[in-house]
Ligand binder design. Structure first.
Ligand code: M6R
Length: 605
């Protein structure tokens, strides 16, 4: 779960690599390294810590027009300089994202041939394998190909050779993209890392090997057969990957939500006709779909919990929701007349990809809801709906979540029409509802200054409870996740009615209880739960959308959220909770965009 980047061209490689590496830091940041080729010599620098720490030891900078760089999230071997990439054997230098599963056997064999290892990583066997084949007479590209054939596991690789100005990239089960410039090539773990350098990309497929030399590109597979891949043009601008005056990406991304939701609607909603169409989607005969599964991880899983409620209530099709890491191992009872919806910002989460493979094996129709074009889930699913959130750089997911919920709402309307369950009038009205959301969110954000003060008031508490019901129970879960992951404060979420079955024992004046309480069909019930907290002197933070909330007087803090129709409530209710978590974390001085121990896309199990 690391970030890799490579460059071969006519410009100085160092600033290009460091700049892209900073953008990939969300993938891991316990150590970083760089290798620059110049006139038949490769210079390597590695450092425990973040890219900025690497930059400090490279103060003089490297000259040279080809190189590799890496930011690491440790799997095999502690975070340390000796385990940091690039790894080198003889003339060969490698950066790797993935896991070489058979590295112990390979290492034993290589040791017998006299190879010496300097790190505890699985990766280090790769340059040694390549050197072995070079020693036996293979040329560089062939030596790489033969080595890859010996590896089991996953890899995204950048490889260079001291005596040959050639850049090789290879991919299997870890993401890798080639950027095509004018007489220059880029390699990166994702396309956003290269925004501003090029907008032409090739998304490598499993077992692809790309050989770049003298302005030309050759693509082959591990068997040595030539392969062809399409060049995609992305319309993301450089400014989208900058902070644009905000202190953190997360804050910028929270404020981008009105625009991100508008972008997710554009071209799909036809209000006058009362239709929702997805250009990129060809659903199968929906009448035969007997059951829907929704599978994802983390924040995307919370979007699935909301999706379940929307789809079941409006389409009357049973929906099962699973955490991807559970789904893949639990032998799910799934058949051909079922649909599996995978939700993922990155499209590269290992467990969600494994769930896709499981669904396909069982013959289900697999649909992904993804933010990243060219990602594995976008490419390999039977159908894809893109959330047009733009690049999400903060590790804590914000705009990806609200666009996922928006996309699922659109899917619900699309299916409702196709199944004949909703007439044009109904869909027209519901399109009008979601079209109002960006404006309502903007108003909420414009008036959200008081949340920083709230953060100051509550930053000293060590535990929080979050409560919600119905479609807003997942919002309690997501609000608690946001607080945990960026402020490191313990937070738990419960369905409000469940509190009395255990967690109520925790409540006293030191327990802030965040209550998501819109005026919906469960409002009265939530009022009773608020009473129960108040009776035990719990510290209540009430997020409500009705002026006449019965419990407002019992709450320590009240925040008003715009009233919207039931299915859309999660989109407006999560925003103040995102800001609440953000301000607490910022005031506590944590690393908001790159919280400890986390990585943006979890590409290992
Ligand atoms: O890229 P994905 O949506 O598949 O990622 C899934 C989770 O790792 C992710 O949602 C994670 O929980 C968030 N970054 C938390 O804010």
């Amino acid at each position: 779960m690391c970030g890799i980047v490579g460059y071969l061209g006519n410009d100085r490689a160092y600033p290009i690599l460091i700049d892209a590496l900073k953008k990939l830091e969300y993938r891991g940041y316990d150590s970083a390294g760089i290798a620059i080729w110049r006139n038949g010599k490769i210079e390597v620098a590695r450092k425990k810590g973040k890219v900025d720490e690497l930059r400090e030891i490279c103060a003089s900078g490297f000259e040279g027009t080809m190189g590799l760089a890496h930011t690491r999230w440790a799997t095999h071997g502690t975070p340390s300089e000796r385990n940091a990439h690039p790894h080198r054997a003889g003339d060969v230098v490698v950066v790797h994202n993935g896991i070489v599963e058979n590295y112990i056997e390979l290492k034993e064999g290589l040791r017998k041939d006299g190879h010496k290892f300097l790190s505890d990583t699985d990766t280090e066997v790769i340059p040694h394998l390549i050197t072995n084949h070079l020693n036996k007479g293979a040329d560089f590209a062939e030596a790489v190909r033969l080595s890859l054939a010996e590896i089991t596991g996953s890899y995204a690789l950048g490889i260079i050779h001291e005596k040959d100005r050639m850049l090789i990239a290879a991919k299997k089960e870890s993401p890798l993209v080639l950027g095509i410039g004018d007489g220059e090539f880029f390699v990166a773990s994702d396309a956003p890392a290269l925004i501003g350098r090029t907008n032409r990309f090739i998304f490598l497929e499993d077992n692809d090997i790309a050989v770049m030399k003298d302005g030309s590109l050759r693509l082959m597979d591990v068997e040595g057969n030539e392969v062809e891949r399409k060049v995609h043009v992305l319309h993301w601008s450089g400014a989208m990957a900058e902070k644009g005056g905000y202190k953190h990406f997360m804050l910028k991304e929270i404020f981008e939500q009105p625009m991100a939701i508008s972008d997710t609607l554009i071209g799909r909603v036809k209000e006058e006709q009362g239709e929702v169409e997805f250009e990129e989607l060809k659903l199968p005969g929906l009448k035969r779909i007997k059951r829907i599964w929704m599978v994802a991880c983390g924040t995307s899983y919370h979007a699935c919990l909301i999706g379940k409620q929307m789809l079941e209530a409006n389409l009357r099709i049973p929906v099962e929701v699973d955490i991807a890491s559970e789904f893949r191992y639990r032998d799910p009872i799934m058949g051909r007349d079922e649909m599996l919806i995978l939700v993922s910002q990155s499209g590269e989460t290992a467990d969600t990809i494994a769930a896709m493979k499981e669904g396909k094996r069982r013959g289900a129709y697999v649909l992904s809801v993804c933010n990243v074009l060219g990602s594995t889930l976008a490419r390999d699913a039977d159908g894809v709906i893109f959330t047009h959130a733009g690049p999400e750089i903060g590790v804590a997911s914000t705009k990806a979540f609200t666009t996922q919920v928006s996309a699922l709402y659109l899917l619900m309307l699309h299916m409702g029409r196709k199944l004949g369950l909703m007439g044009n009038e109904v869909v027209r009205a519901r399109i009008a509802d979601i079209k109002k959301i960006p404006h309502k969110l903007q108003t909420l954000l414009d008036g959200a200054g008081s949340i920083e003060e709230l953060g100051r008031k509550y930053m000293g508490f060590k535990n929080f409870l979050y409560l919600g019901r119905g479609i807003n129970f997942p919002i309690a879960l997501e609000g608690a996740l946001k607080l945990k992951e960026i402020s490191y404060i313990h937070a738990e979420a419960y369905a409000a009615g469940e509190m009395k079955h255990g967690p109520i024992a925790l409540i006293d004046e030191n327990m802030p209880v965040v209550v998501v309480s819109p005026n919906d069909q469960t409002y009265k019930k939530t009022c009773s739960n608020v009473e129960e907290v108040a009776a035990r002197r719990g510290n209540i933070l009430l997020f409500k959308d009705t002026d006449a909330h019965e419990m407002a007087a019992k709450a320590n803090v009240v925040f008003h959220v715009p009233a919207v129709p039931y299915d859309l409530q999660p989109i407006v209710h999560i925003v103040p909770l995102q800001l609440f978590a953000y301000h607490i974390a910022n005031l506590l001085g944590t690393d908001v965009d790159q919280p400890r121990n986390l990585a943006k896309s979890v590409t290992v199990e």
